[in-house]
Design a protein around this ligand. Structure first.
Ligand code: FAD
Length: 420
């Protein structure tokens, strides 16, 4: 009898989850688990909780939704707390299970966990399944992928790749082991309604994506994507993509079908283009690994001195600039920020306040509901001029940006509650 543990990570879905489907095929008895890694409860070196309330809440909702879905088909999702290596070795040992199946995450901490498990003789089967494109289909090896995004995109476009068909959810989930552990107590974040109606879970992701396409919002995406306020100016797929409540590949298929039905246009192309940025940052991790997380990133620039006082002003929205303060307030109150505002506040921290990009990235990690290791580090390095972009860093002129994107101060008024 084959007993397998399935470890859900950032793939909190049953639909188009090849790793979970494979575990269902291979196992006679299957224990689905998710691990609340206690490292996440610690403070960062910059002095705040690694996972903030909005992010915690969205994660809690997504895990709860998956648990309910698994229970409805006779299985369950057991939430275990601790260090992943200890939790997994202990669980396998207690159950007498042979293997653990999981999503592959190409990031230093996750790789270290896998290496430690392998060194202890645990059979870990990892499946890469977070990108839109399958690395096996790329017209180059990941280790030698083109440096710049433009070159990467050109090679992808020239190759005319198609996407593998999304995998249907398993028709049968093997029974749970009789002696399985009980879930550890597990709580969410703030629990209050946020300014934006994001709710975690695969069904909510599906409903949101359906509405986005039904309302034909891709058509206007290119025109509106740099706006700052509202639900419709950009897709808002990111929180669900980050936790894997939906797969990037299924969105790409949906976009393809939409183009077949209504015709391709600059909006649909640009949405694909942005999803390709996401893939690019994921694939860069295979090429550069830990180097991405160094103070100098991929550059030869030196590190900067960390000033706790100015960092505190930046994160609490008390800088000298009200546009920046509005952005930082939106971020901490909602767990979300438009791409344009992310660029502006990151540039302000790096260039106007002479801050360490890693502290800024760490604050985003804690606050963003859509925190994603690859997109976060990739974008921060890009703004800081320490990544792969040949044009150097991006220093945004805040006054100009405010005039262009918030000409009537509506955004600042909204978040700072100041009179118009
Ligand atoms: C400093 C900084 C940090 C960031 N940190 C994150 C992060 O932790 N997690 C995250 O998902 N995105 C991050 N982004 C990228 C981008 O801001 C968000 O993906 C986007 O704002 C999410 O909103 P949306 O889903 O409406 O995006 P849309 O504009 O509707 O784009 C569609 C999808 O394309 C992808 N995408 C769009 N822009 C980018 C981009 N610049 N880089 C990578 N993928 C992109 C996302 O998956 C997004 O959901 C960061 C950007 C900056 C400048």
């Amino acid at each position: 009898m084959r007993l397998i543990v399935y470890w859900f990570r950032n793939d909190l879905r049953l639909e188009d989850n090849p790793a979970f489907s494979q575990a269902c095929i291979d196992a006679d008895v299957l224990l689905p688990i998710v691990i609340h890694d206690t490292k996440q409860d610690l403070n960062t070196p910059w002095g705040f909780k690694r996972v903030g309330l909005c992010r915690r809440q969205f994660e809690h909702e997504s895990i709860t939704a998956l648990k309910i879905q698994l229970q409805s088909i006779g299985s369950d999702l057991i939430v275990l707390k601790g260090s992943p290596v200890e939790v997994i070795t202990e669980t396998l040992h207690k159950l007498g299970a042979q293997s653990v199946y999981t999503q592959k995450i190409e990031a230093p901490e996750e790789n270290q966990d896998t290496e430690r498990l392998n060194a202890m003789g645990v059979d870990v089967r990892e499946f890469w399944q977070s990108s839109m494109l399958d690395p096996a289909d790329l017209p180059f090896e990941l280790k030698s992928m083109p440096e710049s995004f433009s070159r990467f995109r050109q090679r992808i476009e020239a190759a005319k790749l198609t996407y593998a068909t999304p995998v249907a959810k398993p028709t049968r989930v093997p029974p749970l082991p009789k002696n399985h552990p009980e879930s550890d107590p597990f709580t969410g974040g703030c629990g209050t309604s946020m300014a934006l109606p994001f709710k975690g879970g695969a069904q909510n992701a599906q409903n949101h994506i359906d509405q986005y396409f039904l309302r034909r919002l891709p058509d206007t995406y290119k025109k509106t994507r740099n706006q700052l306020m509202g639900m419709d100016y950009s897709s808002k797929f990111s929180p669900w993509l980050a936790l894997g409540c939906c797969s990037a590949r299924s969105i790409a298929h949906r976009l393809n079908a939409y183009e077949q039905q209504f015709g391709a246009n600059e909006g649909t192309y640009w949405l694909w283009f942005e999803l390709l940025w996401r893939d690019y940052f994921e694939f860069l991790a295979f090429k550069y690994g830990k180097k991405l997380f160094r103070a100098r990133g991929l550059s030869d620039q030196g590190s900067v001195t960390f000033d706790a006082r100015s960092f505190d002003q930046w994160i609490t929205g008390r800088t000298e600039n009200s546009f920046i303060n509005a952005g930082m307030t939106e971020l901490s109150q909602t767990g979300y920020l438009s791409n344009r505002m992310r660029q502006i506040v990151a540039s302000y921290w790096i260039y106007d306040m002479q801050g360490d990009w890693r502290a800024g990235a760490s604050w985003f990690e804690s606050q963003l509901m859509d925190y994603d290791v690859y997109s976060n580090v990739g974008n921060w390095l890009y703004i800081a001029g320490r990544g792969t972009d040949p044009r150097g860093g991006r220093h945004f002129n805040v006054v100009k940006q405010a005039l262009e994107h918030d000409p009537d101060n509506r955004y600042q008024h909204h978040w700072l509650r100041t009179p118009l």
